[in-house]
Design a protein around this ligand. Structure first.
Ligand SMILES: [Zn+2]
Length: 489
């Protein structure tokens, strides 16, 4: 009987978000409650483990949320204490640990929270208990993390559609190690911060590298091959990208393939930057377009940890003489409240934007309150969702959907619930770095990423990094660098 502890610690920190992440933002779970959360990576791992006889699974602890600001130190201290306490409590005859992580956490003082946890867990469990982690690709895999694990599985797809398979791959690797595989980790770091369309796995150069990784993973002596892209909005000392190859004792192959992929990755750094349009240039393109055009406000993408309160693109339209129909989403609790007090059909002057992000000066806009909602709507798969209170405001040709929550600004079904079909607009602003193909790109004639300020701006040079190592591409464009292999085993 093999006893495997399962734990989870997951958050994507945006260091440029104006507000900290606190304990209450996390979904914290102890024991069986962790498995009941239905996380896809853990579900995938459980699927693999459940096919084995003689495995005892011990769900220990989980603390999970999406993207947000820097983690308050007190919050991380509490999570670390609870997590390590739960693992220690179960640390009797433990054979292995599967730890589901994101990889982009950063606390106020501890800039490598995952490394801290893994170092402490390694001390608790000892050198001989295998530790395998799974990671989102948007994070920093630090040397401290690598020194304290036996294997890492990394998401292969962006947009992310392989969470379940990620868990399966991590669990399979852990079982191989329990059955006697001797993990050997070779890694190549590159000082790069990357964004843009080339990172879409289906169509970009990232996909070419990932397909190479997948071919490697088909070999019996390769336990994992993956790429940590790094996460530009997390300002941390080991920011950068990393190739990780884990073989079953094949040292030569691990080093050789890590170096090959790392060298290829470094060579493609300039391609892996975002093509950006100034708002006024994008409006000109929209004027000439013969169909709907998407404006991606990646800089204020709530999925990347921005607050969703940017009015920069709205300002661009209000200052232009564009007459097409525009759909603009924004999060602004006081504006929704004012619209609710005013009532449908009335015209008011409302202040829009900047409520959670002082980069943006609130805009005073005359609007008609067109619709108000408690936020209930049916998702595409028929589930009832609640988006919180919503207001649909109309400023001439611009339909402004104002929400009270950050997570719903791009939900196509939510718009339909408000009687607004994005397809019926000429310009649709989406606060995402990339829009789901079937929901938006499939019918839009253009999709442009707009160069506006924001906590998640893909214009990496404007973010204001203070901690990342230098030189770093693209902050130091002319830098030279020679990729080299690091061994962790
Ligand atoms: Zn990600």
């Amino acid at each position: 009987m093999s006893k495997i502890i399962v734990a989870n610690c997951f958050q994507e920190t945006n260091s440029f978000h104006p507000n900290p992440t606190n304990y209450e933002h996390f979904d914290v779970r102890f024991g069986q409650d962790l498995f009941d959360a239905g996380r896809q990576d853990i579900s995938g791992a459980l699927n693999v483990f459940s096919q084995q006889a003689n495995i005892e699974l011990v769900p220990a602890y989980g603390a999970s949320m999406g993207a947000g600001g820097t983690i308050a130190q007190m919050c991380f201290d509490r999570i670390a204490e609870e997590c390590l306490g739960a693992i220690e409590e179960n640390n009797v005859d433990v054979d292995a640990l599967y730890f589901s992580m994101h990889g982009a956490m950063a606390a106020e003082e501890e800039k490598d929270p995952e490394g801290y946890l893994l170092e402490k867990v390694r001390k608790l469990l000892g050198a001989n208990v295998p530790i395998v982690i799974s990671l989102d690709m948007h994070g920093t895999l630090t040397r401290r993390m690598l020194r304290n694990i036996d294997g890492a599985a990394i998401l292969h797809t962006y947009p992310h559609i392989d969470w379940y398979q990620l868990g399966e791959r991590a669990a399979s690797m852990l079982l191989c190690i329990l059955e006697g595989a001797k993990p050997f980790i070779a890694s190549v770091y590159t000082p790069t911060m990357v964004r843009g369309d080339e990172l879409k796995t289906a169509t970009g150069v990232h996909g070419t590298l990932i397909r190479y990784c997948e071919r490697l993973e088909e070999r019996n002596d390769v336990l994992a091959a993956g790429i940590m892209l790094g996460h530009p909005p997390t300002d941390v000392p080991e920011q950068g990208s990393r190739i990780v190859i884990v073989t079953d004792g094949n040292k030569k192959l691990a080093a050789q393939e890590a170096l090959k992929l790392g060298t290829d990755f470094w060579a493609m750094r300039a391609r892996m930057q975002c093509v950006l349009y100034r708002v006024e240039d994008a409006i000109e393109v929209a004027e000439k377009a013969n169909g709907p055009v998407i404006f991606s406000d990646a800089a204020d993408a709530t999925s990347s940890g921005a607050p969703g309160t940017s009015n920069a693109i709205l300002k661009g339209f209000l200052q232009s003489d564009y007459t097409g129909r525009v759909l603009f989403p924004i999060r602004d609790e006081p504006a929704v409240e004012k619209a609710m007090e005013t009532g449908i059909g009335h015209t008011i002057i409302v202040s829009l934007g900047g409520t959670k992000d002082s980069r943006f000066i609130p805009l005073e806009v005359e609007v008609m309150v067109e619709m108000l909602s408690t936020g209930n709507y049916f998702s595409r798969d028929g589930r009832m969702e609640n988006a919180g209170f919503l207001a649909v405001l109309r400023a001439k040709n611009i339909t402004i959907v104002v929400s009270t929550q950050s997570g719903v600004l791009c939900d196509y079904s939510m718009y339909l619930g408000l009687g607004q079909d994005p397809k019926k607009f000429d310009v649709i602003i989406v606060k995402l770095p990339h829009t789901p193909h079937d929901l938006y790109d499939a019918w839009a004639v253009r999709n442009m990423t707009i160069d506006v300020p924001g906590a998640a701006s893909p214009n990496i040079k404007t973010l204001g990094h203070q901690i990342v190592p230098r030189p770093m591409y693209p902050l130091d464009e002319d830098m030279s660098f020679i990729p080299r292999v690091e061994i962790f085993s």
